[in-house]
Each structure stands twice: as structure tokens, then as C-alpha cells.
Design a protein around this ligand. Structure first.
Ligand code: A2P
Length: 268
């Protein structure tokens, strides 16, 4: 397993299983159990996904020691108190601490929740704290307001949503950008150029999209509920894309190198 080092010294595995839109219960438990069997050591959930209890059950059933698995959850910013919500998450997950706790999106502004996130870390509820769906301006505000810089900004990121401006802003603040929806929630798998690069590299479209992120040092959390796909998505550390293939994928960017995290906000 390969890792990236966070500014606070903790290590984030480059590959994780994302469970956004995975229904709570058997489907979620099975996906997490398969991932752990197949060598994944990083699971990404959120309070808003409603499946933390399933993640916790699968983790316990797997027999994999807790300290070998990196668990991320996210503060739902429609709630008030990051500390109280973290305590609830820990109860649902059945763990004493999460590895990473993120503000899920900058609802009601980017900075108000941060003192509570810092308290959650001080109390040992989370090893590292960070943000998600924060644009460059949001990052400037949260960095200015806090005493700890977010370790991570988890963003919608892929060759098609390259967001180079935002990645640059993260790097300037020593924040690790992490890619959610690295397959475009599956939409980019049928892309002609992705398919051509996959054929050229002798890999699948999913693998080249994921490899494109990994080769840039950007952690990925692809979601799947199918065992063979969970396995396929993990096979991205045994090949390298050529400069030519990387450039062909770079050219897919539809964000014009934006420093924004999203095209439109889903909250008010
Ligand atoms: P499923 O869960 O039915 O396997 P993203 O990670 O960008 O959000 O993409 C997730 C979507 O892509 C899901 O619909 C998932 O379907 C699908 N998917 C994940 N991995 C693969 C793969 N290796 N091949 C084809 N589809 C995949």
C-alpha cells in the first residue's frame, strides 16, 4: 500500500473504498468486507451517507486490526457541533477515534465549524482534520481563521474535472487534495479518449483514470459494490502511464483549470 504524508505527520493510503450512495445494511457491509479482504486499508464514509454503522460492522467482522485501517468520516454541516457529531459517528462506527474527520461542505461559510473540528482533534476523536468541497477562497478563509491547517481537501477530481487551480491552492497551503468520484461516478468510463488510453496501456478504463490520479500523488476513493470491480480498482500500483497517455488524459479537463471545488452548490 502506498501512502501520502499529511502536514500533521499522519499517513493517508493512496487508495480507499468510497461508500457514497451505498445503501446502509448488507450491501455496504459486503462492499467494505470485500475491500478489506482484497487488501484495501482505507474506507471513506460520512455522517450524511447514513452507513457508518455498516462500515463499523464490516470492519469488526473482517478481523483486520483497527490500527491497520484508515477510516474517514465527515461532519454534516447542517448540524451544529462537530464534537457532538463526531462522538455519534464513533459510536456508530464502533471505534475510539477516526483517522480523518472532514467538514463535508462549506455550508453557512467555510470557517464557523473549524474551531469545533479543532476541538474534536484535541479531544482525540480524530487523528487528522480537514475539509471537503472547499474552493481556493474557502481554503484561504479557513486557514486564516484556524490554528491548525486542514490536512486534506477532498474534492470532485478526475482527468475530466482536473481543477488545476484548486490543486495549486491546496499545495500552497500544504493541504493534500483527495479525489472523490475519480471515475466521474462511472460516467467517464465510456469516454472515447479514456478507452483509447486504456487500450494503449493494456488496462481497463477505470484503472487508467485511477492511475492518472495516483501518478499525480492524489489519493483516490473509487466506489463500487461489485467484488470484481473493487479488485480491479486496486490494481493501479503495478503500471505507469506514459507521458503521452498522461497528456492525453490531461486534455480531457472540462473545468478550464478552475480553483473552484464545484460547478454549483447543492446547499444554501
Ligand atoms: P458499482 O458500484 O455498481 O460497481 P466514482 O468512484 O467515480 O463515484 O464511480 C462509481 C461508479 O462507477 C459506480 O456506479 C460504480 O458502479 C462504477 N464503477 C466503479 N468501479 C468500476 C469499474 N472498475 N468498472 C466499471 N464501473 C465501475
Amino acid at each position: 500500500m502506498e501512502f501520502v504524508k499529511l502536514a500533521d505527520g499522519n499517513q493517508l493510503p493512496l487508495l480507499g473504498l468510497g461508500v457514497w450512495q451505498v445503501p446502509d445494511g448488507g450491501t455496504c457491509e459486503q462492499a467494505v468486507r470485500w475491500a478489506l479482504e482484497l487488501g484495501y486499508r482505507h474506507i471513506d464514509t460520512a455522517q450524511a451517507y447514513g452507513n457508518e454503522a455498516s462500515v463499523g460492522r464490516a470492519l469488526r467482522d473482517s478481523g483486520v486490526p483497527r490500527d491497520e485501517v484508515f477510516i474517514t468520516t465527515k461532519f454534516y454541516p447542517g448540524s451544529q457541533d462537530p464534537v457532538a457529531e463526531a462522538e455519534q459517528s464513533l459510536r456508530k462506527l464502533g471505534v475510539d477515534q477516526v483517522d480523518l474527520y472532514l467538514v463535508h461542505w462549506p455550508q453557512r461559510g467555510p470557517a464557523w465549524a473549524w474551531p469545533g473540528m479543532e476541538r474534536a482533534r484535541e479531544r482525540g476523536l480524530a487523528k487528522s482534520i480537514g475539509v471537503s468541497n472547499f474552493g481556493a477562497d474557502d481554503l484561504d478563509q479557513v486557514v486564516a481563521a484556524g490554528s491548525v491547517v486542514p490536512a486534506v481537501n477532498q474534492i470532485q477530481f478526475s482527468a475530466v474535472e482536473y481543477r488545476q487551480g484548486l490543486v495549486g491552492a491546496c499545495r500552497r497551503h500544504h493541504i493534500v487534495p483527495e479525489a472523490y468520484s475519480p471515475l466521474g461516478t462511472g460516467r467517464h468510463l465510456g469516454n472515447k479518449r479514456v478507452r483509447a488510453v486504456a487500450e494503449h496501456a493494456g488496462r481497463t478504463p477505470a484503472q487508467v483514470l485511477l492511475r492518472w490520479c495516483v501518478q499525480r500523488g492524489i489519493p483516490i476513493i473509487p466506489k463500487s459494490t461489485h467484488r470484481e470491480r473493487i479488485a480491479e480498482n486496486a490494481q493501479v500500483f503495478d503500471f505507469t502511464l506514459s507521458d503521452e497517455d498522461m497528456a492525453a488524459l490531461d486534455a480531457l479537463d472540462r473545468t478550464k483549470g478552475t480553483s473552484k471545488a464545484l460547478e454549483r452548490r447543492w446547499w444554501r
